[in-house]
Write a protein that binds this ligand. Structure first.
Ligand SMILES: Nc1ncnc2c1ncn2[C@@H]1O[C@H](COP(=O)(O)OP(=O)(O)OP(=O)(O)O)[C@@H](O)[C@H]1O
Length: 569
């Protein structure tokens, strides 16, 4: 049950509703037993033409049991469903709180469809844990015990038959199907994950698939995943039906045994014949409560796997204690010593033995060939990942101990791909701060060379903006945030050279006292930087000021010559 530890913790929080569900479940179950038992007795008694008052009292009891049964069932459903919805909402919240700090790393690791299926599908699956796994066995056992104690007043042997019936329907059959279910359900969940991944790939990649005429292939794959899922789902449903059938068979068998045994006991004079119909009716009714046990194995297995899958996303990596916050008042000092990093499931290291020093308030450019590890290094500065080995210190503190939230809150970040929300230009810029005035926003838009009306609409993912406009909007967001650490990954790759120069002039002005790390694809305009780090194949090839690197005539110098030749031809 360790897979369900977190879910059980959240379930137990709803103590009040759990107790009320059990109390009213017990009331409903016992009232049903009372109702049918009393009707059996009434029929037998009526056949003997008793005085009218005896019948009137029995009929009054019947009405009372009928009323109590309906009330009990309603209240049980009300409290159990209320508990379920509260547990689900707590579960979503608890999961989201765990997910949030790991979000950037997780988005890189999981395909979006798989992640979505886990967040939506697995949380939904867990709604059955309380409703169909956690409390029904408790209600079943106490109703049976109550009924067995009552039955034993009339016949110990009938009570023993009921007890055996409880063991078979409440324990043996569910246990047998729990074992069988284990093999089946993992295939169903795998098929569901595959289907949602394929569906997401199909939707997100529709345009490119169409252009490259690969739609038919993908459609076939999607169809295949859908068929696999339907087949596994049918297999799962057959299993549930079979469990149901065996449970009902055992239930009816017990009623037959009670009838036969009762008849023998009456014939031998060990049981008053008046109570035979009552005992048979009781045995038929009490097993109604065993019906939910037929679906328990599939829901138990489903809940275990769902919980395991859900929390495995956020529990698999020790991210350090992260108890300290980055001081937002100071321009940070970053020291990287002998850092290596390998992406999960990758054989090759993205960074190998990287040592760099980025003093507080300095301006650093990182350049190098595509795939040389520039963005990976920047990701380590943002604590999207932790180094596989080596030391990364910020303001003298190990990165492991700094909370990622404080790093993100205190840095102005422009990544290669940034998100733009459906809304207006103003709303997209207010991501940097809700209280920003229109004047501040307009000033910054001017500095990045955009002449937008603040109420101009922005479509989903910024689809009505050009690549350069989107980048400049991101830079404007970073300008508006105004923190002391700037982490910029090719922020102007789609912007023309003149506008780029203007943007950098404003950047240097705004960040004159701040720590700036800029990944640049162009080698021009880096003269103003305090140092340039040249990366090659995950290592630092060379580092120094612009003049130093040019004098050295090494890797940077060569790159510069190549760039010059390209632009002069
Ligand atoms: N999420 C990832 N999973 C696995 N490998 C990755 C991932 N992201 C990057 N890599 C690999 O790590 C290496 C360094 O990539 P990185 O993005 O840091 O290079 P870069 O220098 O920033 O390249 P570019 O200039 O093209 O952006 C590459 O070999 C790349 O394939």
């Amino acid at each position: 049950m360790k897979e369900l530890k977190e879910v059980i913790r959240l379930v137990v929080l709803e103590k009040r509703d759990i107790v009320l569900s059990i109390v009213f479940g017990f009331l409903a179950g016992m009232s049903a037993v009372g109702l049918f038992g009393a009707s059996g007795y009434l029929i037998s008694r009526a056949a003997l033409i008793p005085p009218l008052y005896a019948l009137t009292v029995l009929i009054a009891f019947l009405k009372l049991f009928g009323f109590a049964r309906a009330l009990g069932r309603y209240a049980e459903r009300y409290f159990s469903h209320r508990a379920t919805f509260t547990i689900l909402s707590n579960l979503r919240l608890a999961f989201y709180k765990k997910l949030e700090p790991h979000a950037p790393r997780i988005f890189q690791k999981y395909r979006s469809g798989d992640l979505l299926s886990r967040i939506v599908g697995d949380v939904e699956s867990l709604q059955n844990f309380f409703l169909r796994v956690y409390y029904p066995p408790v209600v079943l056992v106490i109703i049976f015990l109550g009924t067995i104690v009552f039955t034993s007043i009339f016949s110990i042997s009938v009570a023993i038959v009921l007890l055996l019936g409880l063991v078979v329907t409440g324990l043996l059959i569910p246990a047998w199907y729990t074992v069988k279910q284990r093999k089946l359900a993992s295939r169903l969940r795998h098929a569901r994950g595959e289907l949602s991944t394929e569906a997401a790939e199909w939707l997100y990649g529709f345009r490119d698939l169409k252009i490259y005429q690969q739609l038919d292939d993908r459609k076939e794959k999607l169809q295949q995943s859908s068929d696999d899922y339907i087949r596994e789902d049918e297999r799962d449903s057959r299993q549930v039906l079979s469990s149901h059938s065996w449970n009902t068979f055992a239930t009816l068998l017990v009623s037959w045994i009670v009838t036969g045994l009762g008849a023998i006991l009456v014939a031998e004079g060990d049981l008053n014949g008046l109570f035979l119909a009552m005992l048979v009716m009781i045995s038929l009714t009490v097993f109604e409560n065993a019906a939910p046990m037929a679906v328990l194995p599939s829901h138990l297995d489903d809940s275990k796997r769902a919980s395991e899958r859900l929390f495995s996303i956020v529990e698999e990596e020790d991210r350090g204690s992260a108890t300290y916050n980055l001081d937002g008042e100071l321009a940070p000092d970053i020291q990287v010593s002998n850092v290596s990093y390998r992406f999960p499931d990758e054989e090759r290291e993205a960074l190998t033995g990287v040592t760099v020093s980025i003093p507080a308030g300095s301006k650093t450019a990182i350049v190098g060939a595509s795939g040389s590890g520039k963005s990976t290094l920047l990701q380590l500065f943002m604590k999207f990942q932790l180094p596989s080995s080596g030391e990364l210190m910020v303001n003298g503190m190990d990165m492991k101990n700094l909370s990622e939230e404080s790093i993100w809150a205190n840095s102005n970040v422009v990544l290669q791909e940034n998100h733009y929300f459906y809304g207006t230009i103003r709303e997209n810029l207010q991501l940097a701060g809700e209280d920003l005035s229109d004047e501040e926003v307009e000033l910054v838009l001017n500095e990045v060379g955009l002449e937008f009306d603040l109420d101009q609409p922005v479509f989903e993912k910024g689809e009505n903006l050009s690549g350069g406009e989107r980048q400049r909007l991101s830079i404007a967001r970073a300008f508006l945030k105004g923190k002391r650490l700037w982490l910029l990954d090719e922020p102007t790759s789609s912007v023309d050279a003149l506008t780029e120069r203007m943007i950098f002039d404003h950047l240097y002005e705004r960040a004159s006292q701040d720590t700036v790390v800029l990944i640049s694809h162009r080698l021009s305009g880096l003269e103003k930087m305090d140092q340039i780090i040249v990366m090659a194949e995950g290592k630092v090839a060379e580092a120094g000021s612009y003049d130093e690197l040019m004098q050295k005539q090494g890797y940077f110098y060569e790159m510069k010559q190549i760039e010059k030749n390209i632009f002069s031809t």
